[in-house]
Design a protein around this ligand. Structure first.
Ligand code: AVJ
Length: 333
């Protein structure tokens, strides 16, 4: 028998650290969330391997232009963005998913290390190893972590200037006060030589937003309902997906998308720690996705401690990419 390594030498399998088991136990968090009067499930639980793949499918829907618009904005300004950040930083990708957005920056930023952080451990591990094979010259580190409470970077993260990348408008999942606190934590994590590159969806026509989160093909519905399958796996609960329907719409007063799963009939959900009865029509709130204006975004970044903000948008101002710098003298003239 020839050992596998001889036939296919592992080329640059990236280092991978799973911090999920050592951080928070999802069971008490989910139990509490399901027992409060207005039951909810935090949106980070969308992202098991299937959920991450369903999100990839959402990103190619014509009704969901966010990903493509963000890519076009970054492409149009990548030269300037790279000049402002400067070469040789540690690129830290929060919610890296399939890592495709960050990969497009490699050639421009020439990072000394690429650090991909995501809650979907298996999905990230798979995508990162493919990425490493495609980019053997780059040093990579994968971290499975829930970074919503704290951004904790293990010792394996290289020292040096940090560029934090938080694309895709994931910041919208935080309520505004929590988003602000999160930006303060990014400012802390990036250090005085650091930068934040942030992609944020902007307030626009309600009909466009409604369609983006309730597409006719039902991909968003599948993505939303899949959260129940992931909760079943984590909590050992007995949600039956067929008992629930997808609800997604723009709440203009709150400037946010809301997604819920709504009970089609009276159901009781059971798991080891507890049970909960839902009447037909009752909802479990699964996601908020806040939409900002460039002005509110700039203000929030300045308040969070960034010295300067460069704001890039598309022609129609549908989406904004903000580059924020920690230190004033890092700003170009
Ligand atoms: C990944 C949180 C940015 O809010 O647009 C897509 C997730 N939810 N369709 C978003 C999502 C429904 C997405 N984020």
């Amino acid at each position: 028998m020839v050992p596998d390594e001889v036939l296919a030498p592992p080329r640059s399998t990236p280092q991978f650290i799973d911090l999920l088991a050592t951080t928070i136990d999802p069971r008490p968090e989910l139990t509490e969330a399901l027992l409060v009067p207005r039951a909810f499930i935090p949106p980070k639980y969308f992202y098991d391997s299937l959920g991450s793949r369903l999100f990839e499918a959402i990103c190619v829907l014509p009704e969901y232009p966010l990903t493509r618009t963000e890519r076009a904005i970054v492409d149009a300004h990548v030269h300037e963005i790279a000049a402002r950040i400067g070469p040789g930083s540690v690129l830290i990708d929060l919610g890296a998913g399939n890592c495709e957005k960050a990969e497009r920056l490699f050639g421009w930023l020439a990072p000394t290390q690429y650090v991909a952080i995501d809650i979907a451990a298996d999905f990230l591990r798979d995508r990162l190893s493919v990425l490493a094979e495609r980019n053997p010259q780059h040093s990579m580190l994968g971290i499975a972590q829930d970074f919503t409470q704290a951004i904790e970077l293990p010792a394996e993260v290289a020292s040096g200037a940090r560029a934090i990348f938080y694309p895709g408008s994931s910041i919208g999942n935080f309520a505004p006060d929590a988003a602000f606190a999160f930006l303060q934590r990014t400012r802390e994590a990036c250090g005085d030589d650091g930068h934040l590159l942030l992609g944020v969806d902007l307030v626009k026509d309600k009909s466009l937003l409604d369609l983006a989160y309730d597409d006719p093909l039902g991909v968003t519905a599948a993505f939303n309902l899949n959260v129940l399958r992931n909760v079943n796996a984590l909590l050992v609960s007995d949600f039956d997906v067929t008992d629930w329907r997808h609800v997604g719409f723009f709440n203009s007063e709150c400037s946010r998308i809301e997604m819920h799963v709504e009970a089609r009939r009276d159901v009781t959900v059971r798991w080891p720690a507890a049970e909960r009865a839902f009447a037909a029509g009752d909802r479990i709130h699964t996601e908020n996705s806040y939409k900002y204006t460039p002005e509110s975004l700039r203000h929030m970044l300045k308040q969070a401690g960034y010295a300067w903000v460069a704001m890039y948008t598309d022609e129609a101002s549908n989406f904004a990419v903000a580059l924020a710098g920690a230190r004033i003298n890092a700003a170009p003239t």
